[in-house]
Ligand binder design. Structure first.
Ligand code: KG4
Ligand code: ZN
Length: 353
């Protein structure tokens, strides 16, 4: 069974073909990130326009790379939420049209649930990917860390899960992006903070961890603490404009702040993942979402759960891609989950788990 997955929830226009829920046949990702960098964040209108230009060539490339014609495709899976409205619309309308034109079943995919399914991909002949060796087993604890979400979810089986807790304000990836802005590092903040942190001392500063409900998180206080720390480091008070901070901070100060922030932000997630692990004794733990590309997260989680060897997905499968969407589409088809009506499937920008 081969499913074409389409993902356009943010700035990546992505399409992929996945076979039987584990074999990656193609993975094409076109990003409009270059167009957003100068604004320090994704501009929704620019992202939507870029999707319109890229989507059909990206889908065709995904079919070509997989050696597939439309006859070989058994179904289409598309992200319908959560995400930017204009961006989601392009993917969903394209998928609906293709499903009607080629008479294929259509599956609407929750983007965040899709991220988790990057962990079910175990083989590919595509170059440059370090695949997991095995699929995760249930019950499975998912640590979901992206630009829009920070959640702990317990999966008892496919399509049977409970949200244990989530952030009450900013997502962890958003905190990386905001801290990068304070430090004058390029967008997206995750990779640039991680790079700056490499040459910093992660214990240079004591930053606070929010005290929340058992499995809930908060990252907005940490971001403000970084702002106050940066102001204090240059001897200014809380009303000094954040946009002028980076020119006054030394490289060494930036590196130490980045490293201290990264350690605490990741610890915040890992502490609670450990509590959940001890309470629910899952058969597997997976990480999902853009921040799952963080080396620091992998390092801390491996150290925190020594009795649970964790397999990690390839870095390229952590940030937004069509492969994770196609993989979840495969499981929907294999498990006889309901299909979406190609004439009516609507976007849901605020969809939650
Ligand atoms: O999953 P994703 O591609 O998009 C959303 O669904 O939000 O996640 C994007 C987020 C951004 O906030 C980005 O800064 C973060 O993932 N990110 C990272 C790393 N790579 C991307 N955060 C920490 N370390 C990284 N290496
Ligand atoms: Zn995402």
């Amino acid at each position: 069974m081969k499913i074409l997955g389409i993902e356009t929830s943010c700035d990546e226009t992505a399409a992929s073909v996945v076979e039987d829920g584990h074999r990656l046949l193609s993975n094409v990702v076109a990003s409009s990130m270059d167009l957003h960098v100068k604004y320090g964040g994704v501009v929704p209108e620019i992202a939507a326009r870029s999707h319109i230009e890229a989507i059909l060539p990206v889908i065709q490339q995904a079919l070509n790379d997989a050696g597939c014609s439309w006859d070989d495709i058994d179904g289409i899976a598309v992200t319908y939420g959560a995400g930017l409205g204009g961006s989601l619309l392009i993917g969903v309308l394209t998928a609906r049209t293709l499903a009607i034109a080629h008479k294929k079943p259509l599956y609407g995919i929750n983007h965040v649930e899709g991220h988790v399914y990057a962990n079910f991909l175990t083989d590919t002949s595509l170059p440059g990917l370090q695949m997991r060796k095995t699929q995760p087993e249930f019950p499975m604890l998912a640590v979901i860390v992206s630009g829009g979400h920070s959640q702990l979810v317990l999966f008892r089986d496919h399509f049977d899960y409970t949200l244990l807790g989530q952030t009450q304000d900013d997502a962890i990836g958003e905190a990386f992006d905001k801290v990068a802005k304070i430090l004058g590092l390029p967008y997206p903040g995750g990779p640039s903070v991680a790079k700056a942190a490499e040459s910093g001392n992660d214990h240079a500063f004591d930053l606070p961890k929010a005290k929340m409900g058992k499995y809930d998180f908060s990252f907005s206080g940490l971001k403000t603490a970084v702002l106050r720390l940066a102001q204090a480091q240059i001897g200014e008070s809380y009303d000094f404009p954040s946009s002028k901070l980076s020119e006054r901070l030394s490289e060494a100060q930036k590196h130490d702040i980045a490293a201290s922030f990264q350690r605490i932000a990741i610890e915040t997630m890992v502490d609670k993942a450990k509590v959940a692990y001890e309470e629910f004794q899952p058969a597997s733990v997976v990480i999902a979402g853009g921040v799952a590309a963080s080396q620091e997260l992998r390092k801390q989680l491996t150290a925190a759960l020594p009795s649970s060897p964790i397999e990690y997905p390839d870095f390229k499968l952590c940030t937004d891609n069509g492969a994770m969407i196609a993989t979840l589409g495969c499981f929907k088809m294999m498990r006889d989950q309901p299909t979406a009506d190609p004439y009516t499937l609507a976007i849901d920008p605020n969809l939650s788990m």
